[in-house]
Design a protein around this ligand. Structure first.
Ligand code: 4AZ
Length: 257
């Protein structure tokens, strides 16, 4: 991974802007990830559009409720969306599918970089036989440097078709002050950022809504970022531990915690 980057940047030395764009393109799966199974991530859901195509991810927080990124619901008729549990391969029919009865978008959501990029999906029927993921404690924030796991079916290279199979990556939580220096629109507290300073592992297009898990707790949902896997451009996640986010979710889903 690092080697491929240095080779590419070497070849393209002198075409700086182009080199930056292309180094992101060398990143692999979810970007810098490896194959994973929903058997090990039983809370992880695919979010499918009206045509049955995976376009976002979600996390099961109660048998009949999931959380995803609010921006995954923009310009969507919620009644046409479905979630799928227990399916690793986008082309298979494994697992269980559930229709969405209704959805609630955080009232303060205005766009990804404004924060509050969270929505609750109320399922038409419970997904039984899968595990829910507990929310991070209200008011908590993951420790900088903590290993966070993220998984999804999004692009393995920016602009590709996404991956057929589920991919996962482990990324370190970035100190909020550091992330604020890398992204002017980063909002400390409301957002959590995770990734290596040198880039590599990251979420990408199609991974939005993907759960970021630290020590078994849901600390974030993939929200935004500049490119995928670039140096000093980590993935930005909606902070589930932030009171404004946590309270919204627990009011929608009293059974979650
Ligand atoms: C997206 O378009 C997207 N690297 C999600 C996450 C990131 C970039 C893009 C962060 O869904």
């Amino acid at each position: 991974m690092k080697k491929r980057i240095s080779v590419l940047t070497g070849v393209l030395a002198g075409v700086l802007a182009g080199a930056v764009a292309l180094t992101a393109g060398t990143a692999q799966a979810i970007v810098g990830g490896s194959r994973a199974s929903t058997k090990d991530l039983p809370h992880l859901l695919m979010l499918l559009d009206a045509r049955g195509q995976q376009y976002c991810a979600a996390a099961l927080i109660a048998p009949d409720a999931a959380v995803t990124a609010a921006h995954c619901l923009l310009k969507k008729d919620v009644s046409t969306l479905t979630v799928v549990a227990g399916r690793d391969d986008k082309r298979s029919t494994a697992g269980s599918i559930a229709k969405i009865a209704s959805a609630a978008v955080h009232p303060d959501f205005t766009g990804t970089t404004g924060g509050h990029d969270v929505a609750v999906l109320h399922l038409a029927a419970p997904l039984t036989g899968y595990r829910t993921v507990p929310l991070a404690r209200r008011g908590s924030a993951p420790a900088p440097g903590a290993g966070a796991t993220v998984a999804g079916w999004g692009d393995t290279d920016p602009g590709d078709q996404g991956t057929r199979y589920l991919m996962k990556a482990t990324v370190p939580v970035v100190a909020p002050k550091t992330c604020a220096t890398w992204y002017p629109s980063f909002r400390e507290g409301l957002m959590t950022c995770a990734g290596y300073e040198q880039g590599g592992a990251d979420t990408c297009k199609g991974d939005s809504g993907a759960p970021l898990v630290v020590q078994g707790a849901l600390v974030g949902l993939a929200s935004w970022g500049e490119g995928c896997g670039q140096a000093r451009r980590p993935g930005v996640y909606t902070s589930l531990g932030h009171p404004a986010v946590h309270d919204f979710v627990t009011r929608q889903v009293p059974g979650s915690r």
